[in-house]
Design a binder for this molecule. Structure first.
Ligand code: SF4
Length: 322
């Protein structure tokens, strides 16, 4: 990829936790040697079950969590070990929107104050200029300029997500982590927010890492999709190819669970049930992390971790796929 806005190599993030009655220490491998690239103006959808490390990956890329190892290049600059202060110019260009925008909106502030706050922190413009920009941002996200004097509780879930997007846009970012931004919304509102994010991307050439637990939520908006399982990326490729011709056994199972709009295809659909339980992130199996639930698992799978490699125009981590 030429001149990507984001290039992540071999990124690792672990968390130490205390477990059991005796508070024994354990280590959760939330992000397990993940590598990915994101082009300017591109959306990479990131899917996988709850707890597979998607949000941890997004937060580690933004350096909300400090990575244990690996590198993060943002616009060609290595930001991996930068301090809070050194991150300041980059943080402005890297924003995040959340699943529950209400939790990130201070109920005592007006919408206008909240959208203007990041600009205030970065000393951008006078108070009047910021107020004008707030009004323009409200229009961009499909709200009215006079909404700036209202409070968060006066808005619906979809409107609050629009406010969260306006706030994230206030510093004119190049990259946004969208962490399950539509999961909590009604289906009809989900499409509106996805369309809004697409319009914004077309106008501003922003790159999105779009996180969702359901592949149908990312299919429409994503140029490429990455599938995560237990902290590892197991398959990355063009969104249509991933959805129509998945290669990794875990991706196949995810796709098989998605109902088809075409009645004939829906009749032919067979849901691939995964045996067993998701392993504890505290106790991952040796070898392939999916080996405990994979019907094709062999001795090699249980001993040797498959690495991501190029197969038929996409990258996949499975010993079986060739
Ligand atoms: Fe299944 Fe083996 Fe492939 Fe892992 S490496 S997904 S266990 S076939």
């Amino acid at each position: 990829m030429n001149n990507p806005i984001l290039c992540v190599k071999d990124l690792e993030k672990t968390f130490q936790v205390r477990t059991g009655m005796f508070g024994k220490q354990g280590i959760i491998h939330a992000v397990n040697h993940v590598s990915l690239e994101l082009a300017r103006g591109e959306t990479l959808g990131l899917v996988g079950e709850s707890g597979c490390g998607k949000s941890s990956l997004g937060r580690t890329i933004l350096k909300v969590y400090e990575p244990d190892s690996g590198t993060i290049l943002f616009d060609g600059n290595d930001i991996t070990t930068l301090s809070r202060e050194q991150m300041r110019p980059y943080r402005k260009r890297m924003q995040m929107i959340f699943q529950d925008p209400y939790a990130s909106l201070n109920p005592r502030f007006t919408i206008g104050e909240m959208i203007a706050e990041p600009m205030k922190i970065y000393n951008i413009g006078s108070a009047d200029e910021r107020a004008e920009r707030v009004k323009a941002l409200l229009k961009t996200v499909g709200l009215r300029p006079d909404h700036s004097t209202r409070y968060p509780h006066e808005f619906s879930g979809g409107q609050r997500q629009r406010i969260g997007i306006a706030r994230a846009l206030s510093l004119d970012p190049d990259f946004m982590v969208c962490d399950e931004p539509i999961s909590a919304l009604d289906v009809s509102i989900q499409a509106q927010i996805v369309n809004l994010l697409e319009e914004i991307q077309a106008k501003r050439n922003i790159s999105y890492l779009f996180i969702a637990h359901d592949i149908t939520m990312v299919q429409h908006i994503s140029h490429r999709i990455g599938v995560m399982y237990m902290g590892s990326l197991v398959e990355v490729g063009n969104a249509d190819e991933i959805c129509n011709d998945p290669l990794h056994p875990y991706t196949k199972a995810l796709i098989s669970a998605v109902p088809r709009p075409d009645p004939r295809k829906e009749r032919e659909r067979t849901v691939l049930k995964l045996p067993g339980e998701t392993p504890s992130p505290l106790n991952l199996p040796a070898g392939c992390p999916f080996s405990l639930r994979c019907r094709y698992a062999s001795k090699r799978c249980r001993e040797e971790m498959p690495q991501l490699r190029q197969v038929s125009g996409r990258t996949v981590a499975c010993h079986l796929v060739s």
